[in-house]
Design a binder for this molecule. Sequence first.
Ligand SMILES: Cc1cc2nc3c(=O)[nH]c(=O)nc-3n(C[C@H](O)[C@H](O)[C@H](O)COP(=O)(O)OP(=O)(O)OC[C@H]3O[C@@H](n4cnc5c(N)ncnc54)[C@H](O)[C@@H]3O)c2cc1C
Length: 287
Amino acid sequence: MERYEIAIIGTGPAGLSAAITATIRNKKILLIGNALLSEKVEKAQVINNYLGLPSVTGKELQEAFLQHLKELDITITETKVNTIYALGDYFAIDCGDNNTYEATCVILATGLSVVKPFKGELENIGKGVSYCATCDAQFYKNKVAAVVGFSQEEESEAVFLSEMADKVLYFPMYKTDVSLGDNIEVIYGEKPQSIEKEEEKICLVTQQSKYPVDGIFLLRDSVAVQQLVPGLKLVDNLVEVDRQMQTNLKGLFACGDITGAPYQYIKSAGEGNVAALSAVSYLNKKK
Ligand SMILES: Cc1cc2nc3c(=O)[nH]c(=O)nc-3n(C[C@H](O)[C@H](O)[C@H](O)COP(=O)(O)OP(=O)(O)OC[C@H]3O[C@@H](n4cnc5c(N)ncnc54)[C@H](O)[C@@H]3O)c2cc1C
């Protein structure tokens, strides 16, 4: 498998700045995120504090960032990262499109994490808790699975799973009538509280009931940072870094909102630059 020198996760100002610096330093990079960059850039009405661009709109800043990438021939791999595993000499990056990438260094620039995992969720990853139906549906042939869908886009994942599984229980966390296949039972108005392992089964516990199933799929738009990198040191749900943006895991750097306040474009871009230079220096020392 092709191994990248630096994988950068996130296409907000932090990740883009890291990608630009690493490219200028001739590193082989993989930039993972969204082709439209970050919603937090696109949706800003007027920005008054970005150096050299007074009163720029979010849309204009987005276009300027895209143009900068184009000029440096930087492409974006559009997918969602589910988990990054530190494997000693390199990192394995598991993605929602069923692809796994490898990189010697990783720069985490995924923005502020607002996801709070359910009680019992993290302990049961790989033991019945999954985040990707496309990746894991094959294990549910003739079985029963629960799917917690946080947005309408996740319905297609539930349908895909139902093609393998005997039955799917679908818990929509949004307010719309859901009409899916015959073997998908939609359960409205029940919010999951916790996840419990019970012998061969895994149980989704809601305020009203307990559902013993073979597997639970939690399909969120964003990924809890604890899930993203097992073993990563956090303080108050933020990634702990030193002034070189180095985390507690060697070769893994973090930058931008994910490392804490102030939550500003220019701080994120600045940290992205430092993280990329630190990654370059880490790679050079390894040679
Ligand atoms: C409406 C609004 C207006 C704002 N106005 C200002 C302002 O005027 N001035 C200012 O300085 N700041 C402003 N901010 C704050 C600013 O948007 C943030 O500080 C900045 O965007 C943080 O940059 P970031 O790169 O760290 O993260 P983000 O911009 O949040 O980018 C994170 C990126 O990571 C991607 N990502 C996340 N998880 C994954 C995953 N698992 N796999 C793959 N990709 C992933 C996301 O898709 C996104 O591309 C504003 C914010 C908002 C919401």
